[in-house]
Structures are given as C-alpha cells and as structure tokens.
Ligand binder design. Structure first.
Ligand code: ADP
Length: 302
C-alpha cells in the first residue's frame, strides 16, 4: 500500500481562447467544478490502479472539505485528514486553452496548515506503507517530516516537488525519487533557459541527483527523462489528441509510484506512468479521466 501526504483542492476550470490581459475581464459562459489538488489526484490515480491508499492532509471546516473526504473514503482510502477551523478547503482556478494546456492559481487554504506534528502522528497511526509519496502543495516542514519518517522506517520515499519552492537543500537525502516537470526542474537547477534537446534534459536530471538518487523530469507531450544509479532512460510519450492536460503529471506520478510499490523495475514503472499520463489528457478534469489498472499495467495495455 501507499501513503500520500498532500493537498486537496476544489478546482474551477474555465475554457478560454487565451489568457486575460492585465486589466481585462474575460467572460465565459460557465466553469467546470472538479476535485483536484496534486496530493488527492495522485492518491486517486493509485486507488484507480487498485492499490490500497492512506491519505494524510487537511481540509477547512466547510462543505467542500466534507464532501471531498467522503468521496475519497468511497474510493476506499483510509483518511487521516485534519479539519482546520477558520481555514477554507484549498481552491484551484484553472484556465484551459484550446490545445489543452492549462495555467492555474492555487489558493492553499487548509493545505497550508498541515504541520510536521500532524504528519508524524498520522504516519505512526496508519498502516506501514510500501511507499510514501508527497508534493510541495503542503508546507516544506510537513514534506520534510514525511521524508524523515520514511527514512527512519526504511520506507521508499517519493517526492513530486511541484510546484517549485526553494526547498532543494531541505530535501537533500530524504527521498529516493525526485519527480518534477520542466519548469520545476529549471527552478531546482537554478537555470532560466530550457535545454534545447533531450540530451540537455538528461544532463539536467543528472545534476538534480544531488537531491535524490533517482530523478524523473516529465516533458509533457515530449515524454520524460530519468537519471538514476543504473544510468539514464528516455521515456517517449504516447501519441494522443490531448483535450485537457490537467492531471497528466499527477497521473504519471501516481502510476509510477503504484508500479514501484509493487516492485516493478524502473523501466516498466516509467512505461506505465507514461501510459497513464497520456490517457489522462483525453478528458476534462484531473481525476475523472484517470485510467484503471487494466489500461496501465498488464497485457491489455501493451
Ligand atoms: P505536468 O502536468 O506536471 O506539467 P507533464 O505535462 O510533463 O506534467 O506530463 C506528465 C506526463 O504525462 C508526460 O511525461 C507524458 O508522459 C504524459 N503527457 C502529458 N501531456 C501529454 C500529451 N499531450 N501527450 C501524451 N502524453 C502526455
């Protein structure tokens, strides 16, 4: 089983032809409300793949939070979620362009109130996992607590260091796997300019191995690169007609962790992750379009 320490957000997605200019108001006929937050999205992908999941996080004392917790319980997750008085459940505002690319603003709300003490307590109460997964949508103290707990208990630890925050040094040596997208990779490497080609991204991934022994950089429709103790790998993306790329990264991370938690090789785990990421771009929203085990693992997926 896998324990996810992370965020829960309600997402509001608007489809637009372009982003509003400074001072401009764009009018759209409607918005789609969906369940999001990197932590919960990755947990849902793991549950869809049939893994037992424990979720650790926080919601506000509001209806959105209550509904979200009920929903994840219905998916079979063991929930260790604090209700924070005076905070709102996290919110995401997503602009989705015609080609499916998205830009978002996230209001952390209760996610920002997750503490190291809450993490230690929840991880101690919960069943011992095969793998702990976290992201940067909860405070660094909480992320570090999750990494340290995993180290102390010799549990495989994975961080999807998204979004980029300046916590590279605090994460040193705590995680086995460090997964980022292009923007985040540049942020952690302290670089402004993206490499021109895959070889450049592989070099960047090698450099980020100072933070964790295994590094994955996802490159959207270009696929992903990996650098680890056994060498480097290039993971091509599946060809699809993307509708909305929200959640592709979360699906990729969830599927990668699902495969690693069940002792798959890194090569196979990355293939499964790429398959899951591509499938999630085929529908609107993050969680609704995430694939199930038969579509990601096994012969049917080949
Ligand atoms: P994020 O959403 O975190 O920025 P990416 O956009 O890099 O993450 O996507 C994560 C993974 O999902 C990619 O490495 C790729 O395997 C898959 N993916 C994303 N977008 C597409 C796409 N348009 N076509 C095929 N695969 C995609």
């Amino acid at each position: 089983n896998v324990t996810v320490v992370g965020s829960l957000n309600t997402d509001f997605t608007v489809r637009v032809e372009r982003l509003p200019r400074p001072g401009e108001t764009l009018c759209v006929p409607d918005a789609v409300m969906s369940f999001g937050g990197k932590g919960a999205n990755q947990a849902v992908q793991l549950a869809r793949l049939g893994l037992p999941v424990t979720f650790v996080g926080a919601v506000g004392a509001d209806d959105r939070g209550r509904e979200y917790v009920d929903r994840l319980k219905l998916l079979g997750m063991e929930m260790h979620v604090a209700r924070i008085d005076g905070a709102a459940t996290g919110l995401g505002f997503v602009h989705c362009m015609p080609d499916g690319t998205v830009s978002s603003t996230v209001i952390a709300g209760a996610n920002a109130r997750v503490t190291a003490a809450m993490i230690d307590e929840a991880l101690t109460e919960a069943p011992r996992p095969a793998l702990i997964l976290t992201q940067n949508e909860v405070p660094t103290d909480a992320v570090v607590a999750a990494g340290r707990w995993a180290r102390r208990h010799q549990v495989l630890a994975v961080i999807n260091a998204a979004p980029h925050v300046s916590n590279g040094d605090e994460l040193l040596g705590l995680f086995d796997y460090f997964i980022v997208n292009e923007e985040e990779a540049l942020g952690y490497a302290g670089r402004n300019r993206a490499p021109q080609d895959v070889a450049g991204w592989l070099g960047l991934a090698e450099g980020l191995r100072r933070i964790a022994p295994n590094v994955v950089i996802t490159l959207g429709a270009q696929g992903a690169v990996y650098a680890g103790p056994g060498g480097v790998l290039v993971v091509p993306a599946r060809r699809v007609d993307a509708v909305d790329t929200t959640g592709a990264g979360d699906s990729f991370v969830g599927a990668l962790c699902g495969a690693l938690a069940t002792d798959e090789t890194i090569e196979h785990a990355l293939e499964c992750a790429a398959r899951a990421g591509a499938m999630t771009t085929l529908g609107v929203g993050a969680q609704e379009s995430m694939p199930e085990a038969g579509q990601v693992f096994g012969a049917a997926a080949a």
